[in-house]
Every structure is written in C-alpha cells, then in structure tokens.
Design a protein around this ligand. Sequence first.
Ligand code: GTP
Ligand code: MG
Length: 262
Amino acid sequence: MIGYIIVTGTAGAGKSSLVGALSEKLTSLGASVATLNLDPAAEKLPYDPSVDAREYVSIAEFMDKGLGPNGALVAAVDSLINHVVDIREELDYYAPDYIIVDTPGQLELFAYRIGGPLVLKGILGDSNAVNVFLIDSIFVDNAISLVSALLLASSVAVRLGLPQVNAVSKADMLLPEVREEVIPRLGEPGFLEFLLEKDRTYEGAGKILAEELARAIETTGFIGEILQTSVLEPESISLLAAKTQQILAGGDDYKIYDITGQ
Ligand SMILES: Nc1nc2c(ncn2[C@@H]2O[C@H](COP(=O)(O)OP(=O)(O)OP(=O)(O)O)[C@@H](O)[C@H]2O)c(=O)[nH]1
Ligand SMILES: [Mg+2]
C-alpha cells in the first residue's frame, strides 16, 4: 500500500467526481486503486465504490429516530466508528496501492467536529495519507469568499493533521485571467490583502476582520501552492496525481502525526 488520498472540500465542490477521475487516472498509470465512500448521504455516485459507508449506516434510520437530515448525517458519520475494523478488512481484501476516500459535503464533520477525524484515524491507522481539499471555483469570485474558503482549508488541515494539497475545483469555469494571474499568486505574501483592498463588496468591520484573517492565513503558511483541477481537463488530474504520489512517497516525513488534534 502506498497510501490514502482523502478528498474533502466545500459542498458540491466536485469531490465525488474527482474521486472517480483520480481513480481512473491512477489506474491508467498502472496502479491498483480502491475507492471508499464515507458519505452516507450520497445518492448517486459518479464511480462505483469498492467499499461503501452506506452498507454500514443509514441516514433514514437516524431520521426515523427523530433527527433532521443534517443531524442524521452527523450521527451516521459518528456511528461509523463502530465499523472501522470491518471497513479496513474490506479494503485490505483489495490489497490496493492507493485508497481514495470520498467524504460528505457537510464539511463541519471534518473541520469542526471530532467524529469525522476519529473515523478516518480508525481506518487509516499508521498508513501514509494525504488530504486533497477542494475549493469550489465560485469562491474565487470575490476576495472575502476566498479568505473564508482558505480559512476552512486551514481548519481542515489543523483538524486532520495530514499533509494537504489545496486545489480550486471546476477550474474550467474560471476566467483565464483568474487562472493565470490570481490563483498562482495566492501564496505570495500580501497578495490576499491586495485582493481585499481592491474588493468593494464589504467595508467596515467585516473588511477589517477579513484582512486580519488573510494575514493569519499567510503567516501560518497552511495554504502554500494552490492547484487548479477540473474533471474536464485530464492534464489537471495528472498533475494532482503526480503531486499526491510525490507526497505519499515522502515516507516518514509525511506520516500521520496527530489526526485528532490531541
Ligand atoms: N464544470 C465542472 N463541473 C464539475 C466538475 N466536477 C464536478 N462537477 C459538477 O459539479 C456537481 C457536483 O459534483 P460532485 O462530484 O457531486 O460534488 P461533491 O463535492 O461530491 O458534492 P457533495 O458530495 O454533495 O458535497 C455535479 O453536477 C458535477 O457534474 C468540474 O471539474 N467541472
Ligand atoms: Mg459527493
């Protein structure tokens, strides 16, 4: 086993589509790949998961007990902790080089709660792993949305404690100038603040807070290079595959160190 590639990101960012595209890409490169769906709320998936959380837990069961759809999803993910051994056994059966993990769109499960990271830790054990965090291209429309999305990306990085590749997804929807002149410069010191300065969407306290957050994002260095991915652009998937392979091949440097943040 080379390692796990976890795909997280904002709701509807294209996580499940990317799991399918990345799985096809790595398979075409000669690797053996298993996919794990950890989203109990998924209805249709654009790939056929090798192992599926929906076989173990059901949202409907929790809704029958009186929970609403969001509470039921949280409870269903939390209850996956009772099945991590079975899930690992199922995955072991495939003896894959890579296991690509799809996660629910309700990002608070991984950004703010403990349940999602604990389930992942139970499944991953001490295997190498990398988290691919997808930021939907709609967040790149204005500077304040972008700061919020990067903050979310930083929260997930802290919560999971895994090496993280951040990517703007559905990059085919972006204007060429954003692809060429904005995204590649996001790692540059002061660039986020420069974008905020130009943005006339907010003034006053909201803007001051955004500027402080932008500075914090820059000084902590959680973000780094931001890739651009699109399932409609095969070369962007190849680049992501290469980046994740490179990180996973890093061995001890990239061992999971503190996934629960404790
Ligand atoms: N243009 C474009 N559309 C995409 C891309 N990737 C996914 N989509 C579309 O975006 C929508 C959401 O894709 P999903 O893969 O279901 O996204 P998700 O992040 O798994 O969604 P949730 O699990 O509900 O959070 C679908 O209509 C996809 O066809 C992309 O690279 N480009
Ligand atoms: Mg999905």
